[in-house]
Design a protein around this ligand. Structure first.
Ligand code: SF4
Length: 211
């Protein structure tokens, strides 16, 4: 990454961290994913039960394997057959840690997420004792309007390419505001405060991660 972008991300990231802390999130900024992973590993103890949703940022970061090597009990809902997934999610819903990211974050520290089945956003809102979100600075946008535009116009049609689903965006790459039974945009959440305080830990990363 070029130096002006590194500097911009650091300055903007630090001000977003301040905004997140005012909303009672446990927020941090790290310039690189390697630094973010070191912090994440220091937060999550070796005896923790850890689970996660379908975040590409989490999967691509390498955090899962590092926590498993450390000794954490890692429960991957994606590793079980679809027919058994609901039971698996239910059994591990109250894990010590749930790992994920966001679809968008506004500069004033509000989180925006879109979900199909809803189990990911449900875990963000309530259940696991702790939530850790790894968020690339590419997810941070100026305000609510830009956040919703990012979620609906970019994140959802891109995520749709990962799944074998029958939706317009899967074919065209653009949202058609569909009502398909396969729609991955059933529920959109706006999280403006962390309750209880400090339950949601956010590490902003000064790089592009996920989409
Ligand atoms: S077309 Fe449907 S599934 Fe695709 S992004 Fe739009 S609402 Fe979501």
């Amino acid at each position: 990454m070029q130096k002006p972008m590194i500097e911009r991300n650091r300055k903007a990231g630090e001000s977003v961290v301040t905004a997140l802390r005012m909303r009672h999130f446990d927020a941090h900024y790290r310039a690189t994913m390697e630094e973010a992973l070191a912090l994440a590993e220091s937060m999550i103890p070796a005896d923790a039960e850890v689970t996660f949703g379908g975040s590409m940022t989490v999967q691509d970061s390498g955090l899962i394997s590092r926590l498993a090597e450390k000794g954490c009990a890692v429960f991957d809902r994606g590793s079980v057959p679809a027919a058994e997934r609901a039971k698996f999610v239910e059994e591990h819903f109250f894990a010590d840690w749930f790992l994920g990211s966001v679809n968008a974050m506004s500069e004033d520290g509000v989180l925006y997420n879109m979900d199909g089945n809803g189990n990911r956003v449900a875990s963000y809102i309530y259940g696991p004792k702790n939530v850790l979100l790894l968020v690339g600075m590419n997810k941070v946008v100026q305000n609510e309007q830009a956040a919703i535009a990012r979620v609906r116009g970019l994140a959802a049609p891109t995520n749709a390419q990962r799944f074998d689903i029958d939706t317009p965006c899967r074919k065209t790459g653009r949202c058609a505001d569909c009502k398909s039974p396969d729609c991955i945009c059933a529920t959109m959440t706006t999280m403006r405060l962390c309750r209880p305080a400090g339950r949601i830990h956010i590490i902003l990363v000064g790089e592009d991660w996920g989409f």
